[in-house]
Design a protein around this ligand. Sequence first.
Ligand SMILES: [Zn+2]
Length: 234
Amino acid sequence: MEKPLYPSPYMRITQGYNIGSHKGSFAIDEAGSDTGIDNILAPFTGVVKKVYTSDANEVWLESLDKVEYPDGTIDYMTILFAHDNNVNNLYIGKVIKKGEPFYQEGTKGIATGNHCHFECGKGKFTGSGWYKNNYGTWVINNGKDPTECLWIDDSIKILNSNGYTFKKIESEHKEEQEPDNDQPDNELPDNSKEPPSEDEENKDDTTNSKLIFTCQKDDIYAIRLKKGQKLYLE
Ligand SMILES: [Zn+2]
């Protein structure tokens, strides 16, 4: 099951939700890597439900199947995207694969600087797709906090998250990683519990030795010896 991915490889959120022109909505503005026009990638495999060219070239993409929300909820998701300067490539019923660059930042409609305004909605596309809120702004039906809808992963560079925290999809490579090889070599057998050596050759020499130190870990140690003292290592 797909986990909807944040739709830009560069997260640079220039306006958050419920503030300014986003008052009363869960819309956010994604401005991409720089002031130019970046692609917007499909967060899930979906189908275009509506294209509205009379305003900001708004496009509604509804997930083809149910998706997994970051809190574990399983449901359809619909996202409204706005400001692409040209949506001639999109039509109702067109299926877009997850990760496919299908939309672009732009300035169509009321937009200062290239960006993509988008809003996540829970469930399938309903009615006309949006409604006019108390502030006179058209907002998506069943709008939901984007951090409760979208995931991020290692492919997304966060330039400005606007203070938002998105749940991360754990990298699939992580579980396959080799054990850490920086650890000391532990393959030498641990002799500490073996019975004392029965080696007759050394028996006389070690009879009078007494234990003064048990080495706890591999390292270089320095000791002071008096003339005539003997050092035995076990
Ligand atoms: Zn906006």
